[in-house]
Write a protein that binds this ligand. Structure first.
Ligand code: SF4
Ligand code: SF4
Length: 65
């Protein structure tokens, strides 16, 4: 259970990274990625994935794996 960033839709705005409770989002070289090993889909922290809620491109950009 994890989320995935669709690179073609990501503008590298950075809004998702600071809201992640598990620090699962990295931005190496401006490429934002979610670590599938540590992403919890925010279970126990938020009612919905915080990164998805923060992303200006929404469900087009951050999807459920
Ligand atoms: S769903 Fe939650 S835990 Fe997973 S990357 Fe997004 S903010 Fe982080
Ligand atoms: S909030 Fe969305 S558009 Fe912005 S860096 Fe994260 S995934 Fe990319």
């Amino acid at each position: 259970m994890a989320m995935k960033i669709i690179q073609a839709e990501c503008t590298s705005c950075g809004d998702c990274k600071p809201v992640c409770p598990t620090t699962s989002i990295t931005d190496k070289g401006g490429i934002y990625k979610i670590n599938v090993e540590t992403c919890t889909e925010c279970e126990g922290e938020h009612d919905s994935p915080a990164c998805l809620d923060a992303c200006p491109a929404g469900e087009a950009c951050i999807v459920y794996l």
